[in-house]
Structures are given as C-alpha cells and as structure tokens.
Design a protein around this ligand. Structure first.
Ligand SMILES: [Zn+2]
Length: 177
C-alpha cells in the first residue's frame, strides 16, 4: 500500500544524489569486504565501517565500534572522526560510507548532517536486533526521508549474508553496548 508513495518519494531524489546505482556492485562489495575486516576487530559488536571516495573507490577512512570507550563511538562515528582527522570537515558529498550494520538513527543523522554522498550497509537493523544487540527501531531510510534537505543516497543488503554471519556468530557477553 505504501509502495506508490515510496516510489514517488524516491523519484523526487535529485539525480546528482543518486550516486550509488552508478557504481558496479563489485565495487560496493570490495568496500564492504574492507568494512567486514575492520569489524573483526570487535568480535562482540562487529560494526565496521570504511569511507571511500565515490569517484575512485579509494578507501580513505576506517572505523570500528568503540562504544566501551564512548557511547557515541559507533563504527560510523569512529570512521567519520578518522576522516576528519586526516582531511578536515570538507568534501563529504564526494564520499560513501560502508557499514556492516544498518546505521542507527544517531549515526544516520550524523551522516546526513555531514552531507555525505551515500551510505551502504550489509545487515538490517532487524537482523542486528535478532543477534541480541539492542537497537532503536528507526530505519536508516526513515531518517533519510525525514530530512528536509538533500539526504544521502542509501543502499542496503550488500554482502548481507556475510554481514549477517558476523552478527549471528558474534561473541556474546553479559554486558550490552
Ligand atoms: Zn550508530
């Protein structure tokens, strides 16, 4: 019933914002593989992220969940901070962030405020929740669609099986992030 509305909302997205569909899936998978490798550094909360230059696919920043240090240090925020340290607060629209898990509302909002060009994720919030990690059930799509300014392009389900395996096989502890 909502399909018509969703389709018309998508068609209103400015052409220059729709950068992800123009990149071969193999390139998305290569970047997501790097995000998975990063995620392996945190076997309990395997949220890994990398940022690439959209035009070249070059990886310019990485991040892994460090919420034990700071509750806002999700993989995406750590990756954004890595980029900021190296390059400063600029050229966000030329970048794509890849994350093993769909971004939570905090990260998706931060990425939207930054004006990043695109966000690509592997596992959905629903799957992450099924792996026993607490989630705020607001999809990345919902955050993007709530912005009253040009939001990032969004693509989910890249290397989803591999990312799902990360979360489902994660080391479980008593403590929750
Ligand atoms: Zn987050």
């Amino acid at each position: 019933m909502c399909l018509g509305i969703a389709a018309s909302a998508r068609s209103q997205t400015p052409v220059q914002q729709r950068i992800l569909a123009n990149i071969p899936i193999k390139n998305h998978e290569r970047a997501m593989t790097a995000a998975i490798v990063a995620a392996l550094q945190n076997p309990v909360y395997p949220f890994g992220a990398v940022m690439t230059i959209a035009r070249t696919g070059e990886i310019v920043a990485t991040g892994v969940n460090a919420s034990s240090v700071n509750p806002t240090f999700h993989g995406e925020i750590v990756c954004m901070n890595d980029y900021l340290k190296k390059f400063g607060n600029k050229n966000w629209k030329d970048l794509i962030l890849y994350t093993t898990g769909e971004s939570c509302p905090m990260c998706m909002s931060a990425l939207t405020w930054a004006g990043i060009g695109g966000v690509v994720y592997g596992s959905s919030i629903r799957t992450i929740s099924q792996s026993g990690i607490r989630q705020i059930n607001i999809s990345s799509r919902s955050v993007v669609e709530a912005a009253d300014f040009s939001p990032p392009d969004l693509l989910g389900g890249v290397l989803e099986k591999e990312c799902d395996a990360l979360f489902m096989n994660r080391h479980r502890t008593e403590h929750q992030a």
